[in-house]
Design a protein around this ligand. Structure first.
Ligand code: PQQ
Length: 584
């Protein structure tokens, strides 16, 4: 079997959710290009039979496309030689109990592939290796326990015979971890907890660094009160990147539990952080906490995009990350040195900036605006803090950005949303919601680059070396779909109304738009088959922004305020899981 890296290098395939190990979501294919994309038409479609939010995208390996669904996490192998006829189907049997403890819809960000196996990580945290040819189960292992609020929505990362696996549960006070399994057998190789003592977290107090300095003994434990770290969340429910030369895996940790900051004094390390770990040992090489003592639910799990950028005249191996908190960060990925940290949405107000002075005591920390702190009395009697930007779902959520080496731009799907936030006291009970805040979410006010009312998102082109917005295309709703950039100088993304759009990679000019069967929260992919380029995307409204439609909720306060904020989506779309494949 060819290695995953070989498959990634073969331009016609799309064998990994993130496009490549670097998470660029860039394809060298250029048959479909800025000159002809306007003629794109539907080649074939496929209904998944499931109605909740369809995140992630299909994998394409050889002549086969592997399509997943949200819970119950069905896997279809479709024959590309036969307009997507079904070669095999795998439907796991799962207890519906998992659904009750999924915070933000029953989404799943997709399958992984390596060495003739398709890897499925179910909502109930069962990890399954399927024979790619037949769908037969090769091995299966339980990574967590839904009765403790542990579930899964993330893809897994196969690298050098290991499978890197995270899980969700930050809204349930789960004790989260990142685990490496042997890809061939499912044997547990190492596990790094998200909080707690160094030995649990695979942190070396001398060798693990933050901003160039050793983190010191029990750097996490000492930043939580009492044993709160045991119910502190910080789950790895987002994306994974891998640098084969450095042998480092990169990912972000989620919010600290509870959302009521009054109840958990301290920095709550290493929640809301970027973490680089050695693939072989799991030991952390470096960490960087973006939002110490989170007061707004700014999970740090968004993708880490690995590129080379010229900074101060020198090419640097960097990692670029668009955080929930509204800052676009560029760090040296070898050392974790902070190079750039700037707002990628002008509306961001909870912090004025990030302290970039290495001589300062608060080096690397956000310069908070006390007007937008939610660390107040926490009585739950009224909306304590209003006008905070971004809202809890962040200036950007899990929907991944794309990077084109041709334009050297990052294309960022954003939320342009603010909030009012009232923390209230909450008691931890195993497997119960442990949220502790009431929210109202609404469009950011009219401002710089966003001169229309009621704009809740954008596709934003970003210069990662200077930390500047190059252009932004405002959208009525949040852009909750993953972006694709191609050598054809086209950037594709989907909208919550259900439009697949293609824009010019340099200017942002709209070149193509087509309304698909349902709102798009999936990630756009491209591949070559029989000498012809195709573009594929899953439709199916859902995820946090689409939870009202997906789960049939109507109280505006439900979904932590998302039901009210995205109420008018019902005017444009309805549920439905459909894959649409486009051709010229
Ligand atoms: N999931 C979505 C989505 O798929 O639309 C949005 C969110 C999640 C969030 O905004 C979250 O904060 C979140 N948090 C956790 C967590 O802390 O464990 C998990 C998930 C998830 O698994 O989908 C989300």
């Amino acid at each position: 079997e060819p290695s995953l890296q070989t498959l990634i290098d073969d331009l016609g395939q799309w064998p990994i959710q993130t496009g490549d190990y670097a998470n660029t979501r860039y394809s060298e294919l250029d048959q479909i290009n800025a000159g002809n994309v306007g003629r794109l038409k539907v080649a074939w479609t496929f209904s998944t039979g499931v109605l909740r939010g369809h995140e992630g995208g299909p994998l394409i390996v050889g002549d086969v496309m592997y399509v997943h669904t949200p819970f119950p996490n069905i896997v279809y192998a479709l024959d590309l030689n036969d307009d997507g006829a079904i070669l095999w189907k795998y439907e796991p049997k799962q207890d519906t109990q998992a659904i009750e403890v999924m915070c933000c819809d029953t989404v799943y960000r997709g399958l992984a592939y390596d060495d003739g196996m398709v890897f499925l990580h179910q909502a109930d945290t069962t990890v399954v290796a399927l024979d790619a040819k037949t769908g037969a189960v090769k091995w299966s292992v339980k990574n967590g326990d839904p009765s403790k609020g542990e579930t899964n929505t993330a893809t897994v990362l196969p690298a050098k015979g290991k499978l890197i696996v995270g899980h969700a549960g930050g809204e349930f006070g789960a004790r989260c971890h990142l685990t490496a399994y042997d890809e061939k057998t499912g044997k547990l190789l190492w596990r790094a907890y998200a909080t707690g003592p160094d030995e649990d977290m695979l942190i070396d107090p001398e060798k693990t660094t933050e901003l160039g300095r050793p983190v010191g003994k029990d750097s996490s434990l000492s930043t939580w009160e009492g044993d709160q770290w045991q119910i502190g969340g910080a789950c790895a429910w987002g994306w994974f990147s891998y640098d084969p030369d450095l042998n480092l895996v990169y990912y972000g940790s989620g919010n600290p539990s509870t959302w009521n900051p009054v109840q958990r004094p301290g920095d709550n390390r290493w929640s809301d952080s970027i973490i680089a770990r050695d693939l072989d040992t799991g030991v952390a090489r470096w960490v960087y906490q973006m939002t110490p003592h989170d007061e707004w639910d700014y999970d740090g799990v968004n993708e880490m995009v690995l590129t080379t950028q010229v900074i101060d005249g020198k090419p640097r191996k960097v990692l670029t990350h668009f955080d929930r908190n509204g800052f676009g960060y560029t760090l040296d990925r070898e050392t974790g040195e902070l190079l750039v940290a700037e707002k990628f949405d002008p509306a961001v107000n909870w912090a004025k900036g990030i302290d970039m002075d290495p001589a300062s005591e608060s080096y690397g920390r956000p310069i908070r605006d006390p007007d937008y702190s939610t660390d107040q009395d926490g009585t739950g009697e009224d909306m304590e803090t209003s006008g905070i930007c971004p809202g809890a779902l962040g200036s950007k959520n899990e929907q991944p950005s794309a990077y084109s080496p041709k334009t050297n731009l990052f294309y960022v799907p954003t939320n342009h949303v603010c909030m009012d936030y009232e923390p209230f006291r909450v008691k931890y009970a195993v497997g119960q919601a442990y949220v502790g805040a009431t929210l109202r979410l609404y469009p950011a006010p009219v401002g710089e680059g966003f001169d229309e009312e009621n704009i809740m998102g954008s596709l934003t082109a970003w210069d990662g070396a200077s930390g500047k917005i190059v252009w932004a295309l405002p959208e009525r709703f949040s852009v909750w779909s993953g972006v694709l950039a191609t050598a054809g100088d086209v950037v594709f993304y989907g909208t919550l109304e259900g439009y697949l759009k293609a824009v010019d990679a340099t200017t942002g000019k709209e070149l193509f738009t087509f309304k698909t069967a349902s709102g798009i929260v999936g990630n756009v992919t491209t591949y070559m088959h029989g000498g012809k380029q195709y573009v594929a995307v899953l439709s199916g409204i859902g995820g946090w922004a689409g939870i009202g439609l997906a789960a049939g909720l109507t109280d505006p306060a439900d979904g932590s305020g998302a039901v009210g904020a995205y109420e008018s989506l019902a005017k444009y779309t309805a549920t439905g899981g459909v894959l649409t494949v486009f051709e010229l």
